[in-house]
Design a protein around this ligand. Sequence first.
Ligand SMILES: *Cc1c(COP(=O)(O)O)cnc(C)c1O
Length: 435
Amino acid sequence: MQFHSLNKKAPNVSFAEAVVKGLAPDRGLYFPESITPLPASFFENIENMDNIDIAYEAIKQFVGDEIPEADLKEILADVLSFEFPVVPITDNIGTLELFHGPTMAFKDVGARFMARCLGYFNKDNKGHVSVLVATSGDTGGAVARGFLGVKGVDVVILYPNGKVSDIQERQLTTLGQNIKALRVDGVFDDCQDMVKSAFLDAGITDQRALTSANSINVARWLPQLFYFLFAYKQTKQLGKDIVFSVPSGNFGNICAGIVANKLGLPVKHFVAAVNVNNTVVKYLETGNYEPKASKATISNAMDVGNPSNFIRIQQLFDNNFEDLKSDFSSYSFNDDQTREAMVAIKSGNGYIADPHGAVGYLGLKEYDLSENEYGIFLETAHPVKFGDVVEETLNVTLDIPKQIQGVMDKEKSFTSISTYDELKSYLLNDTDYKN
Ligand SMILES: *Cc1c(COP(=O)(O)O)cnc(C)c1O
């Protein structure tokens, strides 16, 4: 499969090149040249298929012949080695739990898939690539874990000082080996801007091959479409029209859901549920896309003022504003509403949602499901990852799962930076990766 840049000023590339490059040289995001729907029989039989076969059928057209079937299935088996259950919340609402992976964030699947693809492309140990990634919280941990020990790849993670939780910081600063953390004086958007600038800085890229593990990378972005297929597999028998509400920050997850829909997955409507960072909500109201500086909230993994994948969503709707608005809505909620939703969810069937999942739940409430519809909100992080807010809001004490326990007593190790020049000199002077 060929991928083209959405800025249309760079050559088309293969899947492997798109993964290794991350962002196109014209700063555009890579986008598949075509999306061919899966046969109707796939959706007729989906409940009888295992997750690995579902994932293989869905992703193979994007990978093409660059990873042979047996290797791709082995990668998928490794990446998808945990559960993705839909848990009922009310009669017409369920939550798709995406937090059963090693860092208990939904980003584990994308990060692991990308790490294993890069590892595969580097199997002859010829080259070296540095993964540069900005995180608002959960990406860093998932990427760090996913890439730990992968040959020929080292990872540099930028995160905003004081804006990620203690557990999140530990997950990305305690692993060592090929994983380095940079603590940035600034907000997430500053980290993301620095990463984008580094990719375009020949002064760096002439010395050191860089790629991104943010959802701009196709190998991080596309495997997220599996979630929507797994949810359908579990809820198809209800015989209702499915509405997905996705707690959204950079809009990569929901964008992958729309790709699943293009592959033929029956979806009635997509709701992008956001916190007060409401750039897309405003766009749908006014038709003007005006990025803003991000504001800090209790659902901090969604504190994004300029969602990088929104351009891919527009492309999936052929840049037709009316078509987009008929299948896609976006609603914004503040922290008080989020806390109230956490309380409401718990008072129903005792379910404990994290702040991101709670925003997703609010998205379904605002959409107002009809008789024939079943709403699924994506629970993107385990509540313990946002333990302070959850314990204080719900008056509960959370057990720390074993995945998290492992990082709690390790020493944090990071380098502090505040400007792009400091990042640049770090990348040029850190030569550990050459060993
Ligand atoms: C990253 C993240 C999100 C937002 O996902 P996008 O794909 O960036 O929209 C939501 N919730 C959690 C917990 C996350 O880590």
